[in-house]
Structure formats: C-alpha cells, structure tokens
Design a protein around this ligand. Structure first.
Ligand SMILES: Nc1ncnc2c1ncn2[C@@H]1O[C@H](COP(=O)(O)OP(=O)(O)OP(=O)(O)O)[C@@H](O)[C@H]1O
Ligand SMILES: [Mg+2]
Length: 430
C-alpha cells in the first residue's frame, strides 16, 4: 500500500537558535523537522513545480490534482510583491526587524500601506510579517507554493492571513498579517516569558481547535500535518491562528480513511501510525493536537533532549498520569502555581489522552475536541468528554513526574515508543 517505503530515514535539524530582537531568544532546544521516505518529490525547475490542490476536484472526486505554479499564482487573490518592495518594507531585512527563524527561513517585521500594499516607512500603515526562504531550506520551494495555494484559498479567523507573496527567480517570500504576540512556543517555553494563565491556555487551545476543525470539516478536507506550538500564532488578545501550510495535504475522498504519502513532520508531534506507514488522516492532526494540549498543561516541550530518559518524550512521560484525578497534578506546569481548576485540568488531560491514542480510529474528531474544550469556558457545565473512562490508566510510576528522574529510558516506554529509530543528519534529502 501507499507510496511510502520506509527504507531510508533522515532528520534535518531545521533549526538553529534564534537571533531575533523580537520575540526574545528561545534558549531551549528546538525540535527537528524530519522526513522518512524513499520517494521524495524532486523538481528540476521552479516553473514546472506543482502541488496537489485541495480545491481541484476531478470527475472522480480526487483532490490531489496538481496545479502548476503559474496556475496557483494566477488564480490567487494575493498581492504579488517585488523583492525591492519587501526590502523597503523591512528596512532591507535589517537584523533588528527579525521576528524569528524557522526551517523555511527568517521572518521579518515590515510595514505596508493598508490600501495600496506598497512599502511604507516603519511605524506607518499596516504591520506585516515577511518570511524569506533560505536557499538551503528543506523542501522550501515546494512548501512555499503549497502555502500560497492553501492560504490563498482558505480564510478563517483562526488561520493566519496571507497577504501576498514574492517570486523573483530564487527569491521566494511570503507576506502575512502580523501576529503581535508571536508563537505559543515562545510563551510556553521561553524562560523570560510571563507564564500564561489557565484561562489563556484554554483560550489558545480553543482557537487552535477551531482552526483545525475548520480544515477537517471543510467540503474539501485538509490535513494540516504540522500542528505544533511554534505554528500557533497569537494576536494581541491571545486569539490563536494556525500558520505554515507548507505541509498541508488534501484529505482522502469517498470511503477512504487516509491518504498515503511521504512521512514528513516534526519529531514529537507526528502520529505513530503515520510515521510507521505513511498513512495520513485527520487523526494525525488530532494526535498532534493532543501533544500540544500536553504542552499547555505541563509547560514542557514535546521533545526535550535536555531532560533524561522518559522525560525527553512528553507523551510517554505524561501518559500514566492523564485522566487520573489523583495523579494529573504531577504533570501540571509549576508556573501555573496551582492556579487552575482541578476538574478542568482533569478534563483537558482526558482529552489529551484520547487525542494521543495509539489507535488512530479511537481518537476523537476535532469537532468533538473543540466542543469539550468550549464546555470548559462555560461555568455552568461540568461535562466530561465522552468515553473518558475507557482511557483511565493506572499510573506506572510511584513518584511525581515533576520530581522523579529516570537515568535511562523507562522499559515500558521503550516498548511503547511510537517512533522508529531515525538517523539524525543535517544533510539534505535526496
Ligand atoms: N505572522 C507572524 N507574525 C508575527 N511573528 C511571526 C509570524 N510568523 C512567524 N513569526 C515568528 O517567526 C518565528 C519563526 O516562524 P517559522 O514559521 O518560520 O518557524 P517555526 O514555526 O518556529 O518553525 P518551523 O519551520 O518548524 O515551522 C515564529 O515562531 C514567530 O515567532
Ligand atoms: Mg512555523
């Protein structure tokens, strides 16, 4: 089945520590973008590159009909910028305009006129975020085009707005609405950041869940495939918006439950069945959502190489305590200083446990997750997510995970570990 033969595996360490003036630096280790495939897409010339389009239905209902770069760019309502315009908008990509850095490239703050979208002086007009592809970026051009394709057509309050793009030779850039509070990752893991309150964490989870629900329930289903804290951007009121659609993929059609594709995503967030088989469904996004719920509860990263043994993997470390009212406090972020409703924390932990179920089909739909989270905002409701009892687990560790350190990988975790061994290399993929 499928086109993904897992015969070779590589990990690109897509990140280096940031060098941004805003938001301040993230000091903790970054996750890595990985790809496991023997059938990587190759492209010889940018002008012939095509990506599957979610909106192109063929007569047999297949959504994976590719569109050429020309078709995508000409059909979009996005503004086509020149490099010069974006140079002016960002003060020549000055380091002090830098907002952050990801695997795709650097992100700069810029200013454009609200009406004409032409570059303006700093401080005048509308603030934008300009993402500039690094020449050595992993799958960069393909991701750039996929992003233009999807965000050019998808509009929702919980998806970041793409304003325009630039394509001049090898220069590929994207222009987005500016998100003043940056990424969830920065707020959760940056030491200097103000801790997020419980209410804000739930608000962020709900916003992100709305974004995913919109994608999953769209007439032409979209699998986001890169759900993680760094891709959840926040506006001035902590409304969450999903960014980075470079890995998005059209969902299955007809009676199919999944699409088969090369395995690509971020270590720690990708669903086990997807890594093992290349079978991708919306339930892979649900898994990633569960991991982010755990990050919100615990203030810990999905993968943290600075920790020891089982604590390196958030899912394995937290799982034994989820859905258990006597144990869930052990995984809670100490930066919350106990300021959270015990019942609410238990409900979220149960939801997370359902989302990270090893069996994709047992995971809830995002609409169900969203409804459960929304109930938490309703003071009258004390509803628990359905089927929560099915997931009750006994806690395998006797000490609090917040204080207990394993010197080596927990044997049970090693057996349960969903990740195949992946060789780490900084080389490019062939
Ligand atoms: N629209 C935006 N508004 C404000 N800041 C942004 C915006 N887009 C990105 N950023 C900042 O730039 C950083 C880098 O974003 P980018 O999406 O390139 O990388 P990433 O999400 O950290 O990693 P990855 O490459 O794995 O997606 C973000 O974490 C955020 O701080
Ligand atoms: Mg990102």
């Amino acid at each position: 089945m499928g086109n993904c033969v897992i015969s070779s595996s590589r990990v690109e360490n897509a990140h280096t520590p940031r060098n941004a003036s805003y938001p301040p630096k993230v000091v903790a280790s970054k996750r890595s973008l990985f790809s496991v495939s023997s059938s990587r897409a190759t492209f010889s010339s940018p002008s012939t590159l095509s990506v599957p389009s979610f909106s192109d239905k063929t007569s047999n209902g297949n959504l994976s009909t590719p569109r050429t770069e020309g078709e995508i760019l000409s059909s979009s309502q996005l503004k086509a910028f020149t490099v010069n315009e974006l140079r002016n908008a960002t003060r020549n990509f000055r380091p002090d305009s830098l907002l952050g850095e990801g695997g795709f490239g650097y992100v700069y703050k810029g200013w454009i006129d609200e009406q004409s979208f032409s570059a303006t002086k700093p401080g005048c007009g509308m603030v934008v975020a300009v993402k500039k592809l690094k020449p050595e970026s992993f799958q960069g051009h393909k991701e750039w085009l996929t992003e233009v394709d999807y965000l050019g057509q998808l509009h929702h309050p919980n998806l970041v707005k793409l304003i325009g793009y630039c394509s001049e030779g090898d220069s590929k850039l994207l222009v987005y609405e500016f998100m003043p509070k940056g990424s969830l990752e920065n707020h959760l893991f940056r030491r200097s950041a103000q801790p997020l309150s419980w209410t804000t964490r739930i608000k962020v989870a709900i916003g992100a869940a709305r974004g995913l629900t919109f994608l999953h329930d769209a007439e032409s289903q979209v699998i986001y495939r890169d759900f993680k804290a760094s891709n959840i951007l926040l506006d001035s009121e902590f409304n969450a918006k999903l960014s980075d659609f470079g890995l998005a993929k059209a969902g299955p059609t007809g009676d199919r439950t999944h699409v088969s594709t090369q395995v690509i995503g971020t270590h720690g967030y990708a669903a086990p069945e997807y890594i093992a088989t290349g079978r991708l469904s919306v339930k892979a996004d649900v898994y990633s959502f569960g991991v982010v719920l755990l990050e919100l509860l615990s203030g810990r990263r999905a993968v943290d190489k600075s920790k020891l043994g089982i604590e390196q993997n958030l899912v394995e470390w937290a799982k034994p305590c989820l859905g258990d009212k006597r144990k869930v406090f052990r995984i809670m972020d100490t930066r919350l200083e106990g300021q959270y409703p015990k019942k609410g924390a238990l409900v979220v932990s149960m939801l997370a446990l359902q989302c990270i179920d090893h069996e994709a089909k047992l995971r809830p739909r995002m609409s169900h997750v969203l409804a459960s989270l929304e109930q938490l905002q309703d003071p009258k409701s004390a509803a628990f997510p359905p089927q929560a009892d099915r997931h009750k687990t006994s806690c395998a560790i006797s000490k609090s995970p917040t204080t207990h350190r394993h010197s080596s990988l927990h044997p049970a975790a090693a057996v349960r570990s969903p990740l195949p061994p992946i060789a780490i290399t900084t080389g490019t993929l062939s």
